[in-house]
Structures are given as structure tokens and as C-alpha cells.
Design a binder for this molecule. Sequence first.
Ligand SMILES: *[C@@H]1O[C@H](CO)[C@@H](O)[C@H](O)[C@H]1NC(C)=O
Ligand SMILES: *[C@@H]1O[C@H](CO)[C@@H](O)[C@H](O)[C@H]1NC(C)=O
Ligand SMILES: *[C@@H]1O[C@H](CO)[C@@H](O)[C@H](O)[C@H]1NC(C)=O
Ligand SMILES: *[C@@H]1O[C@H](CO)[C@@H](O)[C@H](O)[C@H]1NC(C)=O
Ligand SMILES: *[C@@H]1O[C@H](CO)[C@@H](O)[C@H](O)[C@H]1NC(C)=O
Ligand SMILES: *[C@@H]1O[C@H](CO)[C@@H](O)[C@H](O)[C@H]1NC(C)=O
Ligand SMILES: *[C@@H]1O[C@H](CO)[C@@H](O)[C@H](O)[C@H]1NC(C)=O
Ligand SMILES: *[C@@H]1O[C@H](CO)[C@@H](O)[C@H](O)[C@H]1NC(C)=O
Length: 371
Amino acid sequence: MAQTLYFSILLIALCSLSECIQRRYHHINMKKNWTEAQRYCREKYTDLATVNNMNDMNQLMKRINHSLLMSSNDVFVWIGLMRSSVHEWKWSLGDPVKYTNWSNGGSNGPVDCVYMRDGSWHHQSCNTNMRFICYNESSKRFIIDGSSVSWRDAQRFCRQHHTDLTSVRNQTENQQIQKIMNDTNISEVWIGLFSDSWEWSDESNSTFRYWGLNQPNKNGSSEDCTAVRMKEQGQMHDLSCSSYLTFVCHEDNLILIQMNLSWSEALRYCRENHVDLVSVDSEEIQFMVTKVIHQSSTEAVWMGLHYYCQMNLWIWIRGDDVCYQNWAPGNGTKLMNCNTEHRAGAVQSGGDHLWISRPQSHKLNFICSRY
Ligand SMILES: *[C@@H]1O[C@H](CO)[C@@H](O)[C@H](O)[C@H]1NC(C)=O
Ligand SMILES: *[C@@H]1O[C@H](CO)[C@@H](O)[C@H](O)[C@H]1NC(C)=O
Ligand SMILES: *[C@@H]1O[C@H](CO)[C@@H](O)[C@H](O)[C@H]1NC(C)=O
Ligand SMILES: *[C@@H]1O[C@H](CO)[C@@H](O)[C@H](O)[C@H]1NC(C)=O
Ligand SMILES: *[C@@H]1O[C@H](CO)[C@@H](O)[C@H](O)[C@H]1NC(C)=O
Ligand SMILES: *[C@@H]1O[C@H](CO)[C@@H](O)[C@H](O)[C@H]1NC(C)=O
Ligand SMILES: *[C@@H]1O[C@H](CO)[C@@H](O)[C@H](O)[C@H]1NC(C)=O
Ligand SMILES: *[C@@H]1O[C@H](CO)[C@@H](O)[C@H](O)[C@H]1NC(C)=O
């Protein structure tokens, strides 16, 4: 018992906040143009940096060479955001755009932002001032707050005081917002929908943008790549892709494979294409697992845990004992008929992501480790 306690404390101590994230940023202190930087990151790590939220942004800034932060020069550092030719509607919160309620069919194209009037959606220049509606994730409420401002200022306000500008995910939510507007006698509000043509190098759907004032500005010609500016706590600027800058790569350790394979097929796949099936031997790794698992198409996903008959115990494929564990009640017990019943460990895709024991022949998604 004392030993278990000691072990837990040790794990917590080892798992400082910066290491507890599944994505590691690496600042590369060499000057390259954007395309060369992208190639370098893809070879050595995962890709040029993607940023999902303000938390990531802060982590990224911490990784940047201190001398650059202190530099009196106006220093910019590449990240993985680039201009494409396709304009798309995106929710500020990153939800997929499924439900829409356009007043006029929602023509695509312009770099515009969306407001609601009488329950239907219209788009307009993002610089227009109007009231706006935030979403508060912890209270699950839509809130009209603040004064009449541009869409970006509205977004900044919502991120600061609530969660973000609201998404409207179905007709029920549309009606709820309509009712709030009616109750407060406000006829037009910004919602979290915007259109832009920026994409992340790793094709992630992150809709996080942190543009500096009046950015992106193209500066007369083509500025199709994005850098963060040290002087402005990492606010983003568009720059010409041929500029030579230092850059930030990211490295994802765990990768969810959305194929339905038996446990031994999954193990082979990971070993051939990555490193191994994941060993969830600490709370830190369990946390990383929960970050990638939500995209899975099966109710549980394989990890590198199996029942080893000769020793009559559960063991990680790397050979380690199962110290940290997160079994669902009734699972993870000794097997009586081990030689006929081959079982392995999976982690539930939903709920508390507890571990369950499954016959190895079941076909599930799985998680490989990359380092
Ligand atoms: C958001 O919701 C949480 C939980 O209900 C609450 O504590 C917080 O004050 C709310 N934020 C605002 C600004 O209303
Ligand atoms: C609308 O979307 C919210 C959020 O996804 C969900 O909780 C709610 O059940 C949905 N309502 C309907 C009627 O689909
Ligand atoms: C809006 O509010 C008024 C009262 O302020 C009410 O009479 C009316 O029915 C409401 N309309 C809708 C669409 O909710
Ligand atoms: C709602 O706003 C309209 C126009 O701004 C105004 O004429 C009306 O008196 C307001 N109604 C209430 C109940 O405040
Ligand atoms: C991004 O969104 C597209 C379309 O909604 C989806 O097919 C794809 O799986 C998403 N990619 C990631 C990495 O979430
Ligand atoms: C705009 O581009 C020119 C060179 O084309 C450069 O000298 C200038 O610093 C740029 N201005 C900004 C604000 O990026
Ligand atoms: C894997 O299985 C799930 C659940 O049975 C199914 O929804 C999904 O489409 C399957 N995926 C593939 C790639 O076959
Ligand atoms: C393992 O956990 C799952 C999910 O909680 C539960 O449904 C199942 O009955 C458990 N298995 C055993 C053998 O108790």
C-alpha cells in the first residue's frame, strides 16, 4: 500500500503540466523558408506546429528560445498555418459545420462572419460592430454579454469571459438563441461562424486563429504563410512564404488508427508502421489516450495489454507489469480458461475511458505509439 502510494506520488511528480500533453512543440533554431521548414518538421517530427487553443499557444511560446523572446529585433517564427484557395465556413469552437440556417443559401467565398436575425443567418464584414452571443461550456448556457463590437473582439471577449463565440448545432439550439434574443430585445448577434481559407499543414481541423491587429493583411502582395510574432505574445501574422525564419514543429506521440483489426493484427500494424501498441503505464499516458480516442469509430480501442497465460497475469507487451491501472469493475481479473480464451485490454472510447477485457479476435480501432 505504502509502495503504491509512493509510486502514485512519483508519477504525479514526474508528470509536470508541460509533459502532460500529447503534443510536444520543438522550436528549431535554424532559418528556413516555410516549405523547407515544413519538410524538416515532417522528417524529424510530425509537422509544422498546429495550435488548437490558447493553452497550446502558451505551450508553444514557452518552447521558443528565450533569447528570441528577449530580442530587441522584431522576431517572427513559422507555424503550420497556410492560405489555401478554398474558403470554408468554420465554427470558432471547431465543431463540424453540419446544421445551417442561411437566409439566402449561404453563398461561399468572402472572408466574412455570420450573425443571426429572426433566427436566420446572414454574413457580413467581420469589422461590423454588433452584439454577440457567447457559449459557456461549464454552465452549458448561451449568453449575450458585452457591447457592440467587431466579430474578432466578440470572439476575444467570449474566450476571456466564457468559452467562445457560440456554435449553433441544431434547430433546437437555434430556437433557444432566438428566444434569448427576443427576451432581451436584441435583433442581431454575431455567432461563432466565420469563413476563411487558412489550413493547417497537418490537415487538422483546428479553427484556432490568433491574428494580430489588422492581420492577415497580405501586405500588398501574397503572404500565404503564418508566423507568430514574439513582440505580441505570439499573435499571428501572414508573411511571404519565402521569408527565412526559425520555426516550431510539433510531435504527436500517440496516434489513433481507425481500422478495425484484431488485437494481434493491430500489434503487427503498429510495429510495422510506428513503434508499438500503446502501453498505458501512467496517468500521463492515460491522459494522452483520452485526447486521441474521441475520434474512434468503435466503442473501445486496443492498447498493448494482454493476458499472458504462462505467468497467469495481465502484462504490457513491452514486458512491464501493470502498475498503474484503470480497469472497469469486474475486468482485469485472472482468467481460468486462459489457454482457450485469448484476451487483451482495450480502453473505452466514451465515459471515463476505463479499461475492459475483450477476446483478442474482436475487431477494434487501436492506438500506436510513435516514440
Ligand atoms: C460560466 O459557467 C460557470 C459554471 O456555471 C460559472 O462559474 C461562470 O461564472 C460562468 N461564466 C460567466 C462569465 O458567466
Ligand atoms: C442539439 O445539439 C446539442 C449539442 O450537440 C445536443 O445536446 C442536443 O441534444 C441537440 N438537440 C437535438 C434536438 O438534436
Ligand atoms: C417575443 O417576445 C414577445 C414579448 O416580448 C412575445 O410576445 C413574442 O411572442 C416573442 N416572439 C417569439 C418568436 O418568441
Ligand atoms: C425593443 O426594441 C424596439 C426597437 O429597438 C423598441 O421599439 C421596443 O420598445 C423595445 N421593446 C422592449 C420591450 O424593450
Ligand atoms: C476534419 O473534418 C473532416 C470533415 O468534417 C473529417 O472528415 C476529418 O476526419 C477531420 N479530420 C480530423 C483530423 O479531425
Ligand atoms: C510589407 O512588405 C515589404 C516588402 O515587400 C516589407 O519591407 C514590409 O516590412 C512589409 N510590411 C509589413 C507590415 O509586413
Ligand atoms: C469499424 O467498426 C465500427 C463499429 O462496428 C463501424 O462503425 C466502422 O464503420 C468500422 N470502420 C471501418 C473502417 O470498417
Ligand atoms: C467489464 O467492464 C464492462 C464495462 O463496465 C462491464 O460491462 C463488464 O461486465 C465487465 N466485465 C466483467 C467480467 O465484469
